[in-house]
Design a protein around this ligand. Structure first.
Ligand SMILES: Nc1nc2c(ncn2[C@@H]2O[C@H](COP(=O)(O)OP(=O)(O)OP(=O)(O)O)[C@@H](O)[C@H]2O)c(=O)[nH]1
Ligand SMILES: C[S@@+](CC[C@H](N)C(=O)[O-])C[C@H]1O[C@@H](n2cnc3c(N)ncnc32)[C@H](O)[C@@H]1O
Ligand code: SF4
Ligand code: SF4
Length: 297
């Protein structure tokens, strides 16, 4: 199904918990800062995902908060798995990845994205408040060992992490991981000082690259192949092209369909109708009707 702006719906991003074991100072909390712990069960999530397939969803991304904090994550993955889904992936801070990678793979997870903004352990601890970088790196290795690939490293470009980019490029090249360079979305005035224009970084990589790929169904994001390393750019800020190719809807941890990451005023309650045994297809129709590009031309 397409929305009013001709954008297909292909990907569902699910936050399964608002809780996190880290406290990154910049966190956007998936655009839904609610501490409501009315979490959905694996079976409820399974029903919602199966219904979403009728509207064109082909890929599911599991996120949070920190999704590995849910002990029933393997059951969630089993419950949402379906032959008609092309991809189930997870985005994580990686702290608990080493111990659960194999279980997640066995449950049907295809791949993981792991967030690492710096390879300096002290700086990593400062940014995340308390994170242990060595543990995350062991998790990354284990995820690759068990085949949760292609694995992406999410690097957020901040004024205090730009100097870490070269190290991360080398790290990803050695691992055979994709490096994803993400533009920072400042959530308030105070955080604006951390925003960096990543255009010069992208231009430099574009000059060196052997091949460019455009992800047509993923916000027209550009991927560059540079000397064996794949680098993807996520540039959401003021980017009308990004929003006009957005194929993603979200499900919040407390059971609302969310038409756009950057808006929290147009949510559609899906959990109440589900728990009342009512039809939930109408919730998807309403959510898709409410979709509009955040940054418009
Ligand atoms: N503005 C905006 N940012 C997004 C959207 N989807 C993902 N992002 C940002 O993209 C970055 C990477 O997100 P990930 O969870 O790793 O997933 P992804 O790269 O979007 O998805 P895959 O390519 O399928 O792995 C995060 O900073 C997200 O906030 C979106 O729809 N809108
Ligand atoms: C909100 S986290 C949730 C999953 C998991 N806890 C993690 O850190 O990967 C998902 C992604 O959003 C990114 N992110 C968080 N706040 C952001 C912001 N203000 N701007 C851009 N990306 C952000 C993180 O770097 C991470 O890669
Ligand atoms: S680990 Fe993820 S959810 Fe937790 S604070 Fe950092 S970015 Fe936010
Ligand atoms: S419309 Fe733009 S800001 Fe909103 S979810 Fe899509 S890409 Fe993100």
């Amino acid at each position: 199904m397409k929305d009013r702006f001709g954008r297909e719906i292909r990907s569902l991003r699910i936050s399964i918990t608002p809780k996190c074991n880290l406290k990154c100072f910049y966190c956007h909390r998936e655009g839904h800062d609610s501490e409501n712990i009315n979490l959905m069960t694996p079976s409820e999530l399974g029903k919602i995902v199966k219904t979403s397939l009728k509207f064109g969803i082909k890929k599911v991304k599991i996120s949070g908060g920190e999704p590995l904090l849910r002990n029933d994550l393997p059951q969630i993955i089993e419950s949402i798995s379906d032959d008609n889904l092309k991809d189930i992936s997870l985005t994580t801070n990686g702290i608990f990845l080493e111990e659960c990678a194999q279980k997640l793979k066995d449950a049907g997870l295809n791949r993981v994205n792991v967030s690492i903004d710096t390879l300096n352990p002290e700086k990593y601890k400062k940014i995340t408040y308390c994170g242990d970088l060595e543990k995350v790196k062991r998790g990354v290795k284990e995820a690759i060992n068990v085949g949760l690939t292609p694995l992406k490293i999410n690097y957020l470009a901040l004024s205090n992490t730009v100097e870490d980019l070269d190290d991360l490029m080398n790290y990803c090249r050695e691992l055979g991981a994709i490096l994803q360079i993400i533009e920072f979305i400042p959530l308030n005035e105070h955080l604006k000082k951390y925003h960096v224009d990543i255009t010069p970084i992208e231009n430099k990589i574009a000059e060196q690259c052997d091949k460019v790929i455009t992800r047509k169904f993923m916000q027209n994001r550009k991927k560059y192949l540079v000397n064996g390393l794949e680098i993807e750019f996520v540039r959401p800020m003021d980017n009308t092209e990004f929003c006009s190719h957005c194929t993603r809807i979200r499900l919040t941890h407390d059971g609302f369909l969310k038409p756009c990451l950057l808006r929290d005023d147009n949510l559609v309650d899906i959990l109440t109708p589900l728990r009342n045994g009512e039809d939930i297809e109408k919730c998807f129709i309403e959510c898709i009707n409410r979709r509009e590009p955040y940054f418009k031309a």
